[in-house]
Design a protein around this ligand. Structure first.
Ligand SMILES: [Zn+2]
Length: 492
C-alpha cells in the first residue's frame, strides 16, 4: 500500500497499472470484423462500442506517437504522454493482416532525418524505425533478400521474371562470386526490376501468372517434384497477384525470402531491410516512428531511387527468435532486439498459478494477449492494455522492515511488484506481453543480420530457421538472488 506520504508500507505496491485506451487504424489490408484480433481487442478496451463486420481492423497503437496517442482509461482525460511526462521511446502494436502490406524498408536514423528534411509530406517522421514482430497466429511475411544462388535459379526458371531484369544485372547475378560482387549484383537486379518499364512488367506478370496457374492445375505437372520452397514461392506470387492486380510487386517472392513463422516466434527487421507482412496476426514493437519507404504492393508513393540507394543488400533469411526464458522465471520469455528503444517479455501463466513481477523502474506497457486472470484487484481480459507506472523515488524507499536494534539491516524488498493470478477453474493460460525500453541491450535474443548458411551448396534454400538455441545467451543471463530465503521476483 502507498501511504499518504507516498512511501511504501508493505511489500508489493508502488507504481500501479492504469488502463489505456489505444488507437485503432482501419487500413485496407486489415482483417474484417470480429475475425480481427485488433477489432476484438478494441471492443474489449472500450474504444469501440461495436465491431462492424465490413471494417478492416488493421492495427492497434499503444504508445505516445502523435498520429495515434493512447489516452488513460481512468477518466482523467490525460494522454499517456502526459502521464509519463515524455514520449515513450517505442510504439507497441497489434496487427491483424488479412492481405499483404506494402513491400517496404525503414531508413536508418541519418537517412530518416535527411528524408524528413527533403520531403516532410512523404516522410513525416525524422526517427528510424527498427521493428520486431512476434507471431500470435501462424504468420507469413517476406523479409530480406534471398541468397543470390536462389535468385539465379529463379531467374532461369521464370523467364517472365528475367524479362523484367536487364541483361547486365542478370549477368552480374550469374557471375557474382565474392560477397562484394554479390551485393553489387543484387543491387543491380533490384534497381533494374524496380525501374522496369511498367508496360513490360505488367505484360510479363500476366504471362507468369497464366503459366503458374496452368502448372498448379495441370495434373501432368507434378508440383511435388519441385522443392517445397519453389512451390511456396509460386503460390505466393499467385496469391499476391490476386490481392494486388497488375502490381509487379507480386513477383517479389522471387527475390525476397518468404517465411512462415509459428505463434511465439519472432524476427527483427533492422533499418534498410526490405520486408512485407503477408498474412496473420502479430504483436509488433518498434522505435516510435512511422517512417516507411515503399517499394510495391501499394497504390501509395514509391520512392524507388531512395529505396535502391538505402538497402543493405544482405542476403539470406532473418534469424528466428523463439524468446528466451528468464533463468529466474521460465514462465517469462524475453525478446530483445539489438536496438536500445524496446524489448518485449511474454508471460504465460497456467490456471491455478500466480506470479509476482517487479516493476522495471521504467515506463512499461502491458497487453493482455489471451486468457483471463487478475492483477492489482483488476480482472484481466484479452485486449486490455495498461500503463505500469514507474514508482517514484520516494515510493522506492521501503519502510516496511522493522529492524531490531543491533540486528543486520533487512534486505531491501522489491519496491513495487504486481501479483498476477489465474483461477484454477480457467481453461487456458493467461498471456500478457510487456514492453519497455531495452534493459538487455548487451544480450539481445535476435540479431541484426540475416542468418548465414554456410552450406550454400546444400539443397535447402532458406525457408525458416530451426530456431536459435537458447543456451549460449541463457548462460550469460545469470540472476543473483539477494537472499536465498526470499523467492526470486523476476526483474523485467
Ligand atoms: Zn515495416
Amino acid at each position: 500500500m502507498v501511504s499518504e506520504d507516498g512511501t511504501t508500507t508493505e511489500n508489493g505496491k508502488g507504481g500501479k497499472i492504469i488502463p489505456l485506451r489505444p488507437v485503432v487504424m482501419d487500413y485496407a489490408w486489415g482483417i474484417r470484423g470480429m475475425d480481427s484480433r485488433v477489432g476484438r481487442y478494441a471492443l474489449e478496451s472500450k474504444i469501440l462500442k461495436e465491431v462492424d463486420p465490413d471494417t478492416p481492423y488493421a492495427e492497434l497503437w499503444i504508445g505516445t506517437h502523435e498520429k495515434g496517442p493512447s489516452v488513460l482509461g481512468d477518466g482523467s482525460g490525460k494522454t499517456l504522454k502526459e502521464a509519463i511526462g515524455c514520449d515513450l521511446p517505442f510504439l507497441f502494436k497489434v496487427l491483424s493482416a488479412g492481405k499483404a502490406l506494402s513491400i517496404q524498408a525503414h531508413p536508418d536514423k541519418n537517412l530518416a532525418a535527411q528524408l524528413h528534411n527533403q520531403n516532410p509530406d512523404a516522410y513525416g517522421d525524422a526517427n528510424h524505425k527498427p521493428e520486431m514482430a512476434i507471431a500470435l497466429t501462424p504468420f507469413e511475411a517476406m523479409c530480406g533478400f534471398r541468397r543470390i544462388e536462389e535468385i539465379a535459379l529463379l531467374l532461369k526458371k521464370h523467364p517472365e521474371f528475367a524479362a523484367c531484369i536487364s541483361q547486365e544485372a542478370q549477368l552480374a547475378v550469374f557471375l557474382a562470386e565474392t560477397p562484394k560482387s554479390q551485393k553489387d549484383a543484387l543491387q543491380k537486379l533490384f534497381s533494374s526490376f524496380m525501374t522496369c518499364d511498367k508496360a513490360v512488367s505488367k505484360a510479363q506478370l500476366n504471362k507468369l501468372l497464366m503459366r503458374l496457374q496452368r502448372e498448379q492445375s495441370n495434373f501432368h505437372h507434378h508440383p511435388h517434384d519441385e522443392p517445397a520452397w519453389e512451390r511456396k514461392c509460386s503460390r505466393a506470387i499467385l496469391r499476391l497477384a490476386s490481392q494486388f492486380p497488375h502490381d509487379a510487386g507480386a513477383m517479389s517472392p522471387l527475390f525476397l525470402n518468404y517465411l512462415l513463422i509459428a505463434p511465439g516466434e519472432s524476427f527483427f527487421m533492422a533499418a534498410n531491410e526490405p520486408h512485407a507482412y503477408v498474412a496473420g496476426e502479430i504483436i509488433e514493437c518498434m522505435a516510435c516512428s512511422d517512417n516507411v519507404v515503399r517499394a510495391g504492393l501499394t497504390p501509395k508513393y514509391k520512392d524507388v531511387p531512395n529505396l535502391v540507394e538505402m538497402l543493405t543488400y544482405s542476403m539470406g533469411g532473418p534469424s528466428i527468435d523463439v524468446g528466451e526464458p528468464l533463468i529466474e522465471e521460465p514462465r517469462i520469455a524475453r525478446y530483445t532486439p539489438p536496438v536500445p528503444e524496446f524489448e518485449v517479455m511474454i508471460m504465460t501463466l497456467e490456471p491455478g498459478e500466480s506470479l509476482e513481477l517487479e516493476n522495471p523502474k521504467i515506463p512499461a506497457i502491458l497487453l493482455v494477449v489471451e486468457g483471463s486472470g487478475e492483477v492489482d484487484g483488476k480482472k484481466l481480459r484479452p485486449g486490455q492494455t495498461y500503463y505500469w507506472e514507474t514508482p517514484s523515488d520516494q515510493v522506492r524507499l521501503n519502510k516496511s522492515a522493522d529492524v531490531a536494534a543491533g540486528s543486520e539491516p533487512a534486505p531491501s524488498l522489491p519496491s513495487s511488484t504486481l501479483i498476477f493470478t489465474v483461477d484454477a477453474a480457467r481453461r487456458g493460460p493467461l498471456k500478457v506481453a510487456i514492453a519497455h525500453e531495452n534493459k538487455n541491450l548487451d544480450r539481445p535474443t535476435s540479431s541484426t543480420g540475416t542468418a548465414e548458411f554456410p552450406n550454400l551448396h546444400g539443397s535447402l534454400p532458406w525457408m525458416g530457421n530451426l530456431g536459435r538455441s537458447p543456451t549460449p545467451t541463457a548462460l550469460r543471463n545469470t540472476y543473483v538472488a539477494v537472499d536465498a530465503d526470499t523467492p526470486a521476483i523476476p526483474k523485467l
